[in-house]
Each structure stands twice: as structure tokens, then as C-alpha cells.
Design a protein around this ligand. Sequence first.
Ligand code: ATP
Ligand code: MG
Length: 474
Amino acid sequence: MNYKNSLTNPIFGVISKSAEELGYDCYVVGGFVRDLILNLGAKKDIDIVAVGSGIELAKRVSKNLPNNPNVQIFKTYGTAMIKFEGVDLEFVGARKESYSEDSRNPSVEDGTLEEDQNRRDFTINAMAISLNIASYGQILDPFDGIKDLKLKCIKTPLDPTITYSDDPLRMLRAIRFASQLDFSIETNSLKAIKNQSKRVQIITNERINIELQKILKCKKPSIGFLLLEKTGLLDYILPELAALKGVDEVEGQKHKDNFYHTLEVLDNISKHTENVWLRWAALLHDIGKAPTKKFSKKVGWTFHGHELEGSKMVYHLFKRLKMPLNEKMKYVQKLIFMSSRPIVIAQENITDSAVRRLVFDAGEQIQDLMTLCEADITTKNKYKFNKYHNNFKLVREKIVEVEERDRVRHFQPPISGKIIMEAFGLGPSKKIGIIKEYIKESILEGIIPNDSEKAFELMLKKGTELGLTIANEK
Ligand code: ATP
Ligand code: MG
């Protein structure tokens, strides 16, 4: 098969000409070729391998391009990158690699195209398309990657045990590609990953996190997390989640398996949001259940305080995985901390004041919190399923109503401390705080609307009760 007509980006012509000038052979390899054959649309990062110096080729390509785009050189890796018209071009010289036991960074020597293809992680990632003038567009597929694309199979070119042991990051990549492409991992590969799962410990947490984020962004992220569990990798990289596995039974009373429940919630939410942080919240929303689990004869299994416990655990988990400890983390923590609130409201009479308090506490995150709670409905009982969804629909309607009236989502006190001080001719005093809190509570309870005139009246009343005198009556 010739892929000449599929290489529609004119950049390939420029690369071909540049390699010819230098007397190098050169090929486009890896993910670009894979996604091209899968018809996934043009990939924005393109890997080019040169039988020669990747850095020299990049420099020549830049010279031959209009405006000579900047060449970023990574000397230690022998690679170079050019960003041009929305694509990232990565250049590397063909190479041979050998690994040592304690590191995933190999020692590297120049090599042939075949040697370069041997060092690649999967058959579907080892295909190359020629950019040489004489064979332009021809595919070089030594491990029958095309067949594995058809079979939807992730397989290593060489012995899987050695491939994964050399660079254990490949175990995570296998699972990530399985999840992204909805492929299965070939049996021997899966066995090799299981046997060596503990070698994932030599991978830096940053790299682990990159793969986890990619799995989370998939259409159906449970594919990846189930594989992480099945291979034992989850125990090392997300022990908090692994701890949710299993069903305990005491005196005939069981609780649900919170690991599988979590994955259902995650798949549910992924149908409604691309926001990866909301997906993180779904993934972690029940992690507090493992440390808070208790059994009592009277009430059966309980997980009291799991929301607070879970939100605290997020900090340690984010820190360990080198994730940002900023407002993204706080957002995840807040959603987990509040994750049962709408459920409690929906179970009881949905009162205005309960909804107003929910909106006040959730603030900006109210809609995401509702999305999380709806995704959390995993009951297989049709009657209950519909009932819970209907209840949440009512809560959502009430949120709109209450917001129109009282606007508590971005609550600003209708009466400032300054107004209170002026009204009673006071300096700074504790009583100002008491009055402000009283007004806020009265608005949330629905005793007065969120309106400055009504709040002013209430302030005069409360101040008088506290023994203050109105200034103009002094
Ligand atoms: P994507 O960019 O969608 O993640 P990709 O296949 O382009 O997919 P990259 O990480 O960009 O993946 O790597 C480019 C190519 O380099 C891969 O297709 C593969 O051939 C090779 N490769 C990357 N990482 C490894 C690794 N750890 N071991 C062996 N080969 C690798
Ligand atoms: Mg890539």
C-alpha cells in the first residue's frame, strides 16, 4: 500500500527535499502513521526519524521553510522540534537502545531504521512511511502493525517481558492506548504487565500523572482503570482507589463494591463533561469510604464523614502525583466534600431554604456538583433510578427559582459593616459581625429576600435588640 496521497500536508515535501539535500533517509513514524491508518484525522504532532542527525535535518527543514521557524534543540536526547502552522514536528536520528535494571533511560547509539523500529513500544506504533524520493509514501511495517490495528490489539514488537522491564512506562502506555482506542492488550503482554507491575515504581510521578490524565480524558475511562486494577498497577499508583475494591459481609449485610461503583460514576459523568477536573472529582468522590467504613448491628454498614475524609485525602494524592495544589485541587476537594449534600436534599422535602443554602455553599460549582450527583446514581432498579433523577430535576428547577429571587450564588452582603456603623454611630465592634451574620442567615432561611431595603429594616430591629441606639435618634 502506498500512502503518498494521504500525506496531504505540504510540510512532508519540504522534509523530503531537506533529507535528500543532506543525503539522509527519512521517515514519518509512530502515532501519526497509526492515526492516519485508523482514519482518526490529521494528528497535530508528527514524529520524523532520520537515518542521520535529527538535529541537522530539523535545521535544514527550517531553512527551507518560509520565515525559517525556530528550531528547539534538545542536545541530551539528540532531538529537535519545530512548530509550524499548528503542527509540532519532532525530529530524531534512528537509534538503537540498551537498558539497565534501575532506570528507564537507555544508553543510545546511532542505528538503522529497523533498529529504531525494534525499540518502539507497540507494533501499531512501530510503522514508518518513507519520505525518500524514490519510495515516497511506502509503508515499512516489520511487525504487522496494520494487522494489529484491524484486530484492535496492543502488542509489543519484541518479547513483552523484556519490553516492559526495559521501560515500565510502556505498561501504562499500553493501558492508555487500549483505553483511547478501545483496543485489547494481547494476552502475553497482559501477563508480562501483571508479573512486573511493581516495576512501575521506578517511573516518576509526573509521567504516571500524564498517563492518568490521558486515561481520564477518554470517552470511556473505565477501560483504563479496570486494566490498571487487573494488572495490579493500581495498587502502586492509586492505592486510595484500590482500597475501595471488594464487598464485606457481616451477619448477612453487605455494602456495594465502591470501586466498580466509582468507575460507573466516572463513565456516566464522562458522557456529560470534558472537564478533566470534574472527572477527577468523580474518580475520587468515594475514596474516603475505605478509611471511614464501619459496621454496627443496628444500622449496618456506614461511611460517616467520608466526604470530609475524602477531600482531605485529595491533598496527599495530588501532592504525590505532582499535580497542581492550586484552585483545581480546591475545586476537586470542594465537590467531594459537598458530594452528598444534594442527595440529602433530594431525599427530603425539597425546601427553598435548603436549596438556597446549597447554592450559597456550592457557589460557582453548583451546576458541576449537580452533574456529579446525577452521575452518582448507579442503581439498577429502574423505579429508583427514575425517582432519583426526577428528584434532582426538581432540585435543579428550584435552584433556578431561588437564584432568580435571591442571587445567593455570588453572595454579597446587602448591608455592609460601614452602613451598620453609620446607622448606630458605632466604631468597629463585635456586634457588627453579629448583625451581618443575622441578616445573612435570615436571607438563607427565606425570612427576608436578598434586598437592601428589607435588610436595612432587619438591621435596625436586630441592632435595637442588641441594645444599640439608632444614630439619628441620639
Ligand atoms: P500520542 O501522541 O497520541 O500520545 P504517539 O504514538 O505519538 O501517541 P508519543 O509519546 O508521541 O506517542 O511517541 C511517539 C512514538 O515514539 C510512539 O508512537 C512510539 O513509537 C515511540 N515511543 C514513545 N514512547 C515510547 C516508549 N516509552 N517506549 C518505546 N517507544 C516509545
Ligand atoms: Mg506523539
